[in-house]
Design a protein around this ligand. Structure first.
Ligand code: GLU
Length: 274
């Protein structure tokens, strides 16, 4: 099977050196394997995405010397596909009306012990788990009941040639019942990324190590939706001098800033160690 990967930025700010590393690495791997690297715009959160950032993504990537097949998939154009996938998961889902303060309060109860976070923030304590989808209201988000979705089997995926596995206890402890559809956005990062990777025939996902925990959720959703699980390659993160991971708001490392200062794409490659 041909190697198909993708670079999937969200247009919520300028691309920085960390994005450049991820995009260049994915393209280099695809080229070395005689495959293809797609570009996907992950813009489901319309309250944070801006057309100007999307335009700059195309511009920055072209400047870096990257190209991709057209048309580019924009997740905001694909919401119906995520709705269809969500409805296939009904048997594992429940409505949830807890906000962050409710979750924090429930977790602070003496019997719950130390607060710890998973890929989506605090691990949900399961307060609404007894509720049924039939009683969903406008004020509810939809959560995945991890215990039900796992059906007594561990989840697994390949990190390169290494098999990573998580059993139900590990998933409950480190991931918890994640949100699949929010009140304001009818899908979630986890659901849309899994649907799109499968629809676009992605065989290999190249992305930062910050998404490694989330991959267990993706493997679980792929199994529940009868979708193939790609091979994952989580790469090191580009950090600043203080060792902190670069963030979108970290304009100082924006590619556009290096461009304006006269850097070349070769300089960017050197800066990220490629
Ligand atoms: N849209 C995500 C981001 O900008 C990347 C998701 C992925 O590669 O799976 O961080």
């Amino acid at each position: 099977m041909a190697f198909v990967t993708r670079f999937a930025p969200s247009p919520t700010g300028p691309l920085h050196l960390g994005h450049a590393y991820s995009a260049l690495l994915a393209h280099d791997m695809a080229r070395a394997a005689g495959g293809v690297c797609l570009l996907r715009i992950e813009d489901i959160d319309q309250s944070r995405c801006r057309p100007q950032w999307e335009a700059q993504i195309y511009d920055d990537l072209q400047w870096l010397g990257l190209n991709w097949p057209e048309p580019v998939l924009r997740q905001s154009d694909n919401l119906a596909a995520y709705d269809r996938a969500l409805s296939k998961l009904d048997q594992f889902c429940y409505p949830c009306r807890c906000n962050r303060a409710d979750i924090r309060a429930a977790l602070s109860a003496p019997q719950e012990g130390v607060l710890h976070a998973g890929p989506d923030g605090l691990i949900y304590p399961g307060t609404c788990r007894h509720r049924s989808l039939a009683e969903t209201t406008e004020a509810d988000a939809i959560r995945l009941d991890i215990t039900k979705a796992m059906q007594d089997q561990s989840v697994s995926y390949c990190e390169g040639s290494t098999i990573i596995q998580a059993d139900r206890a590990a998933m409950l402890h480190s991931v918890g019942d994640i949100i699949l559809s929010r009140r304001d956005i009818s899908t979630s990062y986890h659901l849309s990324v899994v649907v799109d990777d499968a629809a676009q025939g992605v065989t290999d996902v190249v992305r930062g190590m910050d998404l490694q925990e989330a991959t267990k959720i993706h493997a679980l959703l792929q199994r529940a939706l009868c979708l193939p699980t790609p091979i994952y390659h989580h790469h090191r993160l580009i950090r600043d001098e203080q060792g902190k991971r670069l963030a979108k708001r970290d304009d100082a490392r924006a590619l556009s800033k290096y461009r304006a200062e006269g850097a070349t794409p070769a300089d960017i490659r050197r800066m990220v160690g490629l």
